[in-house]
Design a protein around this ligand. Structure first.
Ligand SMILES: NC(=O)c1ccc[n+]([C@@H]2O[C@H](COP(=O)([O-])OP(=O)(O)OC[C@H]3O[C@@H](n4cnc5c(N)ncnc54)[C@H](OP(=O)(O)O)[C@@H]3O)[C@@H](O)[C@H]2O)c1
Length: 292
């Protein structure tokens, strides 16, 4: 039995779908308020709970062999990115879980102080490595599915909003590939107790993205490119009214201000270890949206 947290999220849903396609048993940790009907229809065991509640985590971990932690945090990094994962690791130990897969983030080890999520994920990584559990830590770059609504808008309007430096590089990863790797991690001996950077096969600059959209939809892009300073100004203004919101924008600020890409060696290692070819962003978009 796999326990998947964040089972209704972009990544978690794909993990549950693939596990069920492979005929594997999966317990999907979901909130009552979320839409989990599809997971139930696919034969996942639905566990309704809240990751802020330790007793829910303890109950969900009973009798599971593998845990894939793929939940997000909204604006509550302390409770969800940090505390819930520590609790999951402790419960995994109590239940003699065989393998723990943790979805971290690319660049987590660079010490970005403005993002509570980055800091929490780094602390969880350290805790997991010292836990004595078998683990795999995956550090993905931005998910390709994040771009689907932007591509849809582009298809309608030709407009693309690009905040910050257009030359910044990224390695957008197919969310389906990441789900495949998360699942394969538990039975790939070369993935045991390892950390992997996970990205797509190509290093893309930010301005490559509207170019890809333009190719797919045969439309000239209208790129709106406000500088990062404008975002900073708005964030400071918001901070006067809502300091908590200003803080929680720290992760977005970190993502906008820095480059997050995998080296060719990191992608080669990933493809070799998991015996797969990473999908390009263009192919992902084509699969989901078609062209024109
Ligand atoms: N998106 C990216 O580009 C990216 C890049 C690198 C790393 N990551 C990491 O990858 C992981 C998955 O990201 P994602 O984009 O798939 O996340 P997502 O779509 O935002 O989904 C978040 C999931 O966490 C669940 N969740 C939130 N609070 C919860 C609570 N209190 N109790 C139970 N469940 C709760 C949500 O449930 P509801 O449906 O009930 O809201 C949802 O299923 C995260 O750890 C994220 O930090 C993401």
């Amino acid at each position: 039995m796999f326990l998947v947290t964040g089972a209704t999220g972009s990544l978690g849903r794909r993990i549950v779908r693939q596990l069920r396609d492979q005929g594997k048993s999966v317990r999907a940790f979901v909130r009552l308020t979320s839409n989990y009907e599809e997971l139930e229809d696919r034969g996942a065991e639905i566990f309704i709970g809240d990751l802020k509640q330790d007793k829910d985590i303890a109950k969900a971990c009973q009798g599971v062999k593998y845990i894939i932690s793929s939940h997000g945090s909204g604006s509550n990094a302390q409770a969800l990115d940090y505390r819930a994962n520590i609790e999951l690791i402790d419960c995994a130990k109590e239940n003699q879980v065989e393998h723990f897969v943790f979805i971290s983030v690319l660049g987590v080890d660079r010490g970005y102080q403005d993002s509570a999520t980055f800091k929490a994920k780094r602390e969880v990584e350290k805790y997991l490595m010292k836990s004595g559990l078998n683990y795999t830590i995956l550090r993905p770059s931005g998910f390709a599915n994040n771009l689907l609504p932007l591509a849809e808008r582009f298809r309608e309007t030709g407009i693309y909003l690009l905040i910050g430096d257009p030359q910044h590089r990224s390695s957008i990863v197919s969310t389906d590939d990441l789900a495949t790797i998360a699942i394969a991690s538990v039975e790939t001996s070369a993935a045991k107790n390892r950390i992997f950077a996970v990205g797509g096969p190509n290093i893309l600059t930010r301005e490559d993205i509207p170019r890809i959209f333009a190719r797919l939809f045969n439309k000239e892009p209208i790129i709106i490119n406000p500088p990062l300073a404008l975002f900073d100004g708005l964030r400071s203004g918001l901070g006067l009214i809502n300091p908590q919101l200003q803080k929680s924008l720290g992760t977005l600020r970190t993502l906008l201000a820095h480059e997050f890409f995998c080296t060719a060696e990191e992608i080669a290692l990933l493809e070799f270890t998991f015996n797969m070819q990473m999908e390009s962003l263009e192919s992902f978009l084509l699969r989901y949206l078609g062209s024109n």
